[in-house]
Design a protein around this ligand. Structure first.
Ligand SMILES: Cc1ncc(COP(=O)(O)O)c(C=O)c1O
Length: 384
């Protein structure tokens, strides 16, 4: 069966009205039409990131934006504190190390949230820290870290703060300027509901001061000073993915039409409903506490005698639904289901019906509609 419904942690379903934008006639990326497109996209991105600063658009996936940040913002031996409670925390630390930073990895158990007090203590013990870099939504475990509190701690203790919001920007609260986050990175293929291929980075004046201080930079393609110069002309230094800009523009218009608060509530509600439904039939939440369960990536332990392959295969072959398994240490142990971007009640109900049917097919005794009924309770209480 075709992949009809992507319930993945990304890439996600791209609504037709966004998808068709990619087929528009090509335009000159140094011409007036592109300049106008670029300006419109900037307006949408500033709203999405809740910032007055420019949001630079890179032709790359999310990792490219993280690498762009590292290659511009650190100089050799800069201390960078990175909380690690999953695979993407590890990657963040690895990337900063590649660019010469002395990375202090602060480990937490997988499935646990980052404890802000531990980070505070680490920063207090390392007053020469140049940056605190953290993952907001740990996609590998479905844990949502407390970005607001981590930022507050970083600011109070005088470090720059970088937030990787790749898997939740557009589906979760993030107030770049109000919270005072110095650098935020994200990508197109998750809560924005765009195809993969674009990544974003926004920086405030503290970050720009650090860029100046970190010269010379080890980069060419990712040189933010060059990117900034071209931004001022509503262009990018190198050939941009023009078709993706068309799609992004439409996606951002849909976001501003819906409104950020409403969009976050939709993600939160769909995630809660999915979690309620799945746990009612024996898929226990992987995060150790509900209070730090992600709104966008829902990770579950498997009922006994059921493998991740059983579930993934059943959902895909019988229902055309794609979900993900674990990565790193949780490979083969958990499933991960996205409630991302275009997510709605119908998709959640379809996924729960398929999960329930999988268990019944495997001989488990599950009363019909248990999962959907548990989800409906949440939808009734939380209108979006
Ligand atoms: C939190 C987080 N950081 C980084 C990445 C890497 O992004 P990409 O695969 O777009 O390079 C991902 C991808 O899932 C992610 O979820």
């Amino acid at each position: 069966m075709d992949e009809d419904l992507l319930m993945l942690p990304g890439p996600t379903n791209v609504p037709d009205e966004i998808r068709v934008e990619e087929t528009r006639k090509m335009i000159n990326h140094r011409g007036e039409l592109f300049h106008n497109l670029y300006k419109e996209v900037q307006t949408g991105l500033k709203y999405l990131f809740q910032t007055n600063n420019p949001v630079y658009i890179l032709t790359t996936s999310g990792t490219g934006a993280v690498e762009c940040a590292a290659s511009n913002l650190v100089k050799k031996n800069d201390k960078v504190v990175v909380p690690v409670n999953g695979e993407f925390g590890i990657r963040l630390a690895d990337i900063f190390e590649v660019y010469g930073a002395r990375v202090i990895r602060v480990p937490f158990e997988w499935g646990e949230g980052v404890n802000p007090d531990t980070i505070k203590e680490t920063l207090e013990n390392n007053p020469d820290t140049a940056m605190l870099a953290f993952v907001y939504n740990e996609t590998s475990t479905g844990v949502r870290n407390n970005a607001r509190e981590l930022t507050e701690i970083g600011k109070k203790l005088g470090t720059l703060v970088l937030c990787d919001a790749i898997s939740n920007l557009g589906g979760d609260e993030l107030y770049t300027d109000k919270w005072g986050i110095d650098i935020v990175v994200s990508g197109s293929q998750k809560c924005i509901a765009c195809p993969p291929g674009l990544a974003f980075i926004t920086l405030n004046e503290n970050a720009w001061r650090k860029i100046e201080d970190s010269k010379p930079h080890i980069n060419y393609y990712w040189n933010l000073e060059k990117i900034k110069k071209f931004h001022e002309k509503n262009e990018t230094p190198f050939t941009p993915a023009v078709s993706l800009f068309f799609a992004l523009n439409k996606a951002l218009k849909l976001i501003s039409d819906e409104g950020i608060e409403k969009r976050v509530l939709r993600h939160k509600t769909c995630s809660k409903a999915l979690r309620n439904g799945a746990s009612s039939i024996g898929f226990r939440l992987y995060p150790k506490k509900e209070e730090y369960a992600s709104y966008t990536v829902n990770a579950f332990n498997l009922p006994s005698n059921i493998t991740d392959t059983d579930v993934k295969k059943h959902l895909l072959e019988k229902y055309g639904i794609s979900i993900a398994g674990g990565i790193g240490p949780t490979k083969g142990q958990i499933i991960r289901i996205g409630t991302i971007g275009d997510i709605n009640q119908k998709q959640v109900e379809k996924t729960l019906t398929a999960l329930e049917d999988c268990l019944v097919t495997k001989g488990l005794n599950v009363k019909k509609n248990t999962a959907v009924n548990a989800a409906l309770k949440v939808f009734k209480e939380n209108k979006y």
